[in-house]
Design a protein around this ligand. Structure first.
Ligand SMILES: [Zn+2]
Ligand SMILES: [Zn+2]
Length: 239
C-alpha cells in the first residue's frame, strides 16, 4: 500500500528551525498536509522526538524518531528509529561526538526542548548544528547497531551532501536509499551511479509553511515505524 511520508523535518530544537516549529505545531501541520508517516530529524539530536511522536500519534500519524547527523566530512545523513528509547540512546551517543562549542542563540538561533503541549522544557546549550567527528563510512554500522536506518540527505545539493563532498555515490558505504531535495533536477535521478537506490524526497522543513501537502509515497505492507525502518535499512559492512 502507498503511504504519504515526510521523513526529514526540523523542530525548534534545530537552531535554524523556527520557534513556531514546536512538536505540537509541527505534528498538527503534518496532519493538515495529509501526511501519514512522519519523522522529526533535528540536527544531531533526538531531543524533541518523544514529544513529537506523542503529538503526531494523537493526530493519527505514524511517527519515527530521528536526527540529521552531520558527519566529520560535513555530509548530512538522516537517521531514523522505530524504537523511541533506541533513538534517545543514539542521541546520547552522538552528543559525545559534538564539537565542544556552546550555542550562540543571537547568532545561530535558539534550541528549544519542548513537551507535546507547547511548554518549553529548556534550552540546549551545546551547539547542535556543527559537524560531529564521526566519519561517513561508520554511520550505517552505527545506526544499525541501534536498530535504525539511515540515508544521505539532499544528495543533489552543493553543500552538506554526499555528492557535493564526495562527487560520486560509493555503493560500498552500504546505504540503500538517498534523499533528493525537492529542487533536484529530474535528470540527476537518472545518474548511473544512483541506479538501484531507493530515492526519497522530503521537505526538510524548518518553518511551518514548508511542510508540504502530501506528495510522495512509500510502498509498505503496513503503516508502521518498523516497516519504514525495514524498508530503508542499510547493508553495513558491504565493502
Ligand atoms: Zn541538511
Ligand atoms: Zn535538514
Amino acid at each position: 500500500m502507498q503511504f504519504y511520508y515526510d521523513l526529514h523535518l526540523h523542530s525548534c530544537l534545530s537552531p535554524c528551525g523556527s520557534d513556531e516549529m514546536t512538536p505540537a505545531n509541527l505534528a498538527a501541520m503534518c496532519a493538515l498536509a495529509g501526511l501519514q508517516i512522519v519523522a522529526l530529524t533535528d540536527h544531531n539530536t533526538c531531543g524533541n522526538c518523544a514529544a513529537f511522536c506523542r503529538a503526531a500519534q494523537s493526530n493519527g500519524l505514524t511517527a519515527l524518531s530521528g536526527m540529521e547527523l552531520c558527519t566529520q566530512e560535513e555530509i548530512h545523513v538522516v537517521c531514523l528509529f522505530a524504537d523511541p528509547e533506541a533513538a534517545q540512546d543514539f542521541s546520547r551517543e552522538i552528543a559525545r561526538h559534538l564539537p565542544p562549542i556552546p550555542n550562540n542563540p543571537e547568532r545561530f538561533g535558539r534550541q528549544l526542548r519542548m513537551d507535546d503541549g507547547d511548554e518549553i522544557l529548556g534550552e540546549e546549550t551545546a551547539f547542535l548544528a556543527g559537524s560531529t567527528d564521526i566519519p561517513l563510512y561508520q554511520v550505517p554500522q552505527l545506526v544499525t547497531r541501534w536498530g535504525g536506518a539511515a540515508f544521505p540527505a539532499h544528495i543533489d545539493r552543493p553543500s552538506f551532501s554526499l555528492l557535493g563532498v564526495l562527487g560520486l555515490w560509493d555503493p560500498d558505504l552500504g546505504f540503500t536509499a538517498a534523499e533528493l531535495s525537492h529542487r533536484c533536477p529530474p535528470e540527476l535521478a537518472c545518474r548511473p551511479d544512483l541506479a538501484g537506490l531507493k530515492l526519497l524526497t522530503c521537505s526538510d522543513a524548518h518553518y511551518l509553511d514548508q511542510v508540504w501537502g502530501a506528495e510522495h509515497t512509500l510502498d509498505l505492507p503496513e503503516c508502521t515505524p518498523q516497516e519504514v525502518v525495514r524498508y530503508l535499512a542499510c547493508r553495513p559492512g558491504v565493502g
